[in-house]
Design a binder for this molecule. Sequence first.
Ligand SMILES: NC(=O)c1ccc[n+]([C@@H]2O[C@H](COP(=O)([O-])OP(=O)(O)OC[C@H]3O[C@@H](n4cnc5c(N)ncnc54)[C@H](OP(=O)(O)O)[C@@H]3O)[C@@H](O)[C@H]2O)c1
Length: 255
Amino acid sequence: MTDLFSLSGKTALVTGGSRGIGLMIARGFVEAGARVYVSSRKKDACDQVASELSKLGECRSIPADLSTEDGAKGLAAELAGRESALHVLVNNAGANWGAPLAEYPDSAWDKVLATNLKSPFFLSRACLPLLEKAARSDDPARIINIGSIDGLRVPLLETYAYSSSKAALHHLTRVLARQLAPRRITVNAVAPGPFESKMMAATLDRFRDAIVASCPLGRIGEPDDMAGVAIYLASRAGSYVTGAVIPVDGGISAC
Ligand SMILES: NC(=O)c1ccc[n+]([C@@H]2O[C@H](COP(=O)([O-])OP(=O)(O)OC[C@H]3O[C@@H](n4cnc5c(N)ncnc54)[C@H](OP(=O)(O)O)[C@@H]3O)[C@@H](O)[C@H]2O)c1
């Protein structure tokens, strides 16, 4: 059973691994035995996380801005210079923007769609040669996209571009799953509910009690809740799962 969920011998890249949900996943992967690369725009934050997680196992930093295709290609090229194969790609980096309908700016759509939707597409494509080198019939390479319950049901806050980007990312997950299955690469999405992070800080400050009250399991998500689902999807345990969108939300989206 330990072997079933082990990531020993696997290499993983976690975008947005410098904090929040990405850091929860990166830490879980390192503890499960993977060599983990964390990436985000801020070099100091990536370096600090790599240094901290290296006390638990293997973690390295490759800073990159993923808001453009060139940024995604650059990250994949840098990784290809260091690794001969990539077993797990986690497309987690994301951005949010809330504003009233009448004021919701064009620039918000550009920023949010570029980061949340286009970047997982371009980075996945740029990483395909490395993923294919890790792909096996009995243990495929994995792409894990971090969506949101806001892409499953309509959020209360006015985050037009964000919730649309996440619904689109869930569907892109299914489309890529079909295309990449013959190449022995699985593509799944995790749709988190509320987890502590910089992105969620203002929302939790204002609405924590209401969010907890609306959650059937009566709490905010914990780091192990996110690490657990990501380790399942990345390990041999998740080998036969592709095209799935898994809510990890204490039951919020189901009720
Ligand atoms: N927290 C929640 O409750 C929740 C719920 C549902 C879904 N999610 C999703 O989970 C993911 C992580 O969110 P989070 O809550 O952990 O937010 P967060 O704390 O704000 O983390 C976002 C991460 O993405 C990186 N990032 C942002 N823009 C980037 C860019 N252009 N290029 C590269 N990296 C970039 C950030 O680092 P830099 O600033 O250094 O670039 C940071 O590491 C997102 O996709 C989010 O939509 C979160």
